[in-house]
Ligand binder design. Structure first.
Ligand SMILES: *Cc1c(COP(=O)(O)O)cnc(C)c1O
Length: 501
C-alpha cells in the first residue's frame, strides 16, 4: 500500500515519498509528514539477527513505498559501506550505567552522516522516478554538522549543486575547517554574520519564494533540502533506534518487549522526532528524553506548553544544538493538534509573527511521553570530565548534555530500572577544544587545535579519525562571507541567475 505524505500546513498538498524527498519543503513553509506511521510488525527474533543494512531496508521500505526493493537496497548499500569505520555502523557502548549509541562513525564524524550518506542516493533515485530534468540545488543551513555531512554526500554528484550557509562565528574550529576545505566543483560554502536560526530562516524564505522558483525553473534548476525538514533525512534516522533495540535484545540485555528509554541531545528536533516515529511504529520505548543546552527553549516548551523564542541566543560548547527555532517540532505540533493543518498553521503563524505560541491543555497532555531538561555549560564540562576520570571514555559536548540530562531525569523520577540508550551524536575529535578544556584546562589551554587532537588520541587510546587527518593540512577553498539579508543574492550569484542580467 502506498504511503502518502501531507503538508503540515495544507491538507490538500500531498506527495509520494519520492516527491516529498525531491521537494524538501512543502509550500508556504509546511513540512511533509506521513499520513500514518506504519507498524514495524517484524519480530525481534528476526531483527536481532539483522545487519544495519538489513534493518535499514526493513524500516525504510515501510516509509518509502514508491521505491522498488532494488532501488532502495542500492541506496542503502551505497550509503552504509566503508565510509563508516566500523561494520556495525552504529555501535552500542555500555558505559557508566547507560548505552551510548555511537552515531559518529561515518565520513564526517557526527550523526548527520547516518542520514546524509543515503540522502543523495534517495534524491537522485527520486529525481529519476519523477523524470526531473532540472539540476537540483541543495540549499542547506547548518549549525555545524549538517553542512559538512551534506557537502561530503553531494560532492561531485552529477545533476546537483550544493550551497551551505553556516554561522561564521558559531561553529567549532574543526567544524569550520571541515567545511571550508571541501572539494568538489558543485560545492559552495558561505559563512553568514549571524546565527543558525538566521541561516535557517533565510533558507526557508528562499524555498517559499515563488518568484525565485520561477527564475530557477527558467534557468533549469530546482531547490531541495538536506536539512532535517526533508523527510529523506528523518526516515533513515528511525533505523538506528530499531537497530539499537534489536542489538540490546540480541545481547540479552533486555527481555522480549521490554521498554527502553531514549535520551537525545536536541537542536532542530529531528533526531528525537525519529525516535518518536520509531515508538509510533511499535518499538517499545518508554520515555523520550529531550536534552537541551543553555538554549533551553524546548525544555521550557515541554514544561509549560509555551514555545517562546524571544530570548537571548547563547553560543555554547555544543553548537549543533544552538537553535531557538526547532523546525521539526512542527511535525509533532501537527500531530498533537489532531493532524489538523489549519490549527498547526495558526501556531506557526504566531511563531513567525511574535516568536511565540501556546498549545492547548489537551495537546499538552499528549506530550507526556516526553521528558525535557537542560544542561548548563559547567554541568556539561563536568560530565565530560567525570566520565573520563571514572571510565576513560571521552564524549563530545553534545553527548555530555544528554548524559547530564539523563542523570537529572533519574534523580527527578527515580526511573532507574529502565535501560537507557543515549544518542551519542558526535565524535569528541570534532570538539577537541571544549572537550580538552573540560578535562584539564590548565594542561591543555595553550595547545593548538591539532596538538589537542593528538593529545585526545593519546589520553583516550583511540585513533584519530580519518576525517580529522584529512583536514589537518588541507587548504581552505571557500572563504565567502555574507550578511543574513544577502543570502538570496549570494545564491543567485552562485547560480548565475541574477534578474538584471
Ligand atoms: C545536529 C546535531 C544535534 C541536534 O540534532 P537535531 O536533530 O537537530 O535535534 C545534536 N548533536 C550533534 C552533534 C549534531 O550534529
Amino acid at each position: 500500500m502506498e504511503l502518502i505524505y501531507q503538508s503540515t500546513r495544507n491538507a490538500e498538498e500531498t506527495a509520494t515519498a519520492s516527491q516529498a524527498i525531491l521537494k524538501g519543503l512543502a509550500k508556504e513553509g509546511g513540512l511533509f509528514v506521513p499520513k500514518e506511521i506504519p507498524a514495524l510488525d517484524v519480530d525481534f527474533e528476526t531483527l536481532s539477527k539483522m545487519t544495519y543494512q538489513e534493518t535499514a531496508y526493513v524500516v525504510m521500505q515501510k516509509f518509502l513505498t514508491d521505491f522498488t526493493e532494488e532501488e532502495l537496497k542500492k541506496c542503502i548499500d551505497a550509503a552504509y559501506d566503508e565510509k563508516f569505520d566500523t561494520k556495525e555502523i552504529a555501535p552500542l557502548k555500555n558505559i557508566n550505567g547507560a548505552y551510548y549509541l555511537e552515531l559518529f562513525h561515518g565520513a564526517t564524524i557526527a550523526f548527520k552522516d547516518m542520514a546524509l550518506s543515503i540522502l543523495p542516493h534517495l534524491l537522485i533515485t527520486s529525481a529519476r522516478k519523477n523524470h526531473v530534468q532540472n539540476e537540483i540545488v541543495i540549499l542547506t543551513a547548518t549549525s555545524g554538522d549538517t553542512g559538512k555531512a551534506a557537502l561530503s554526500g553531494f560532492a561531485d554528484v552529477e545533476g546537483t549543486k550544493i550551497i551551505v550557509f553556516y554561522p561564521k562565528h558559531g561553529v567549532s574550529c574543526i567544524q569550520e575547517k571541515q567545511m571550508v576545505t571541501q572539494k568538489g566543483k558543485n560545492t559552495f560554502v558561505v559563512g553568514i554574520n549571524g546565527n543558525f536560526d538566521q541561516a535557517q530562516t533565510g533558507v526557508k524564505q528562499m524555498f517559499s519564494d515563488e518568484k525565485l522558483a520561477e527564475l530557477m525553473e527558467n534557468a533549469g534548476y530546482q531547490f531541495s533540502s538536506a536539512n532535517s525538514i526533508n523527510i529523506g533525512r528523518l526516515v533513515p534516522q528511525i533505523v538506528y533506534y530499531v537497530y539499537a533495540y534489536a542489538k540490546l535484545y540480541a545481547n540479552g540485555e533486555i527481555a522480549h518487549g521490554e521498554k527502553i528509554n531514549v535520551v537525545v541531545p536536541t537542536g532542530n528536533f529531528g533526531n528525537i522526532l525519529a525516535a518518536f516515529y520509531a515508538k509510533q511504529m511499535g518499538l517499545p520505548i518508554g520515555k523520550l528524553i529531550c536534552a537541551s543546552n543553555e538554549n533551553k527553549v524546548l525544555y521550557d516548551f515541554l514544561s509549560s506548553g509555551i514555545y517562546d523564542k524571544n530570548r537571548e541566543f547563547v553560543v555554547t560548547s555544543s553548537p549543533s544544538m544552538d537553535i531557538l527555532i526547532s523546525s521539526n517540532l512542527e511535525r509533532l505540533i501537527y500531530r498533537l493538534a489532531g493532524n489538523d493543518a489549519s490549527k498547526n498553521s495558526d501556531f506557526m503563524k504566531a511563531l513567525s509573527a511574535c516568536g511565540r505560541y501556546e498549545i492547548t491543555p489537551e495537546m499538552k497532555v499528549q506530550m507526556s511521553g516526553f521528558y525535557g531538561n537542560y544542561a548548563s555549560e559547567d554541568e556539561t564540562a563536568e560530565m565530560i570530565r567525570s566520565v573520563y576520570q571514572k571510565t576513560g571514555y571521552v564524549m563530545d559536548p553534545h553527548t555530555a548534555v544528554a548524559a547530564e540530562v539523563y542523570e537529572k531525569y533519574k534523580s527527578e523520577t527515580n526511573d532507574t530500572e529502565v535501560k537507557a540508550v543515549i544518542a551519542s551524536t558526535a565524535s569528541p575529535f570534532k570538539f577537541t577544544r571544549s572537550v580538552m578544556d573540560a578535562i584539564d584546562r590548565e594542561a591543555y589551554g595553550s595547545m593548538t587545535d591539532f596538538e589537542l587532537v593528538d593529545e585526545l588520541s593519546r589520553i583516550s587510546g583511540t585513533k584519530t579519525p580519518q576525517a580529522i587527518e584529512d583536514i589537518r593540512y588541507a587548504e581552505a577553498l571557500h572563504n565567502a562571507v555574507c550578511e543574513p539579508e544577502e543570502m538570496e543574492s549570494v545564491v543567485k550569484k552562485i547560480l548565475k541567475i541574477e534578474q538584471d542580467k
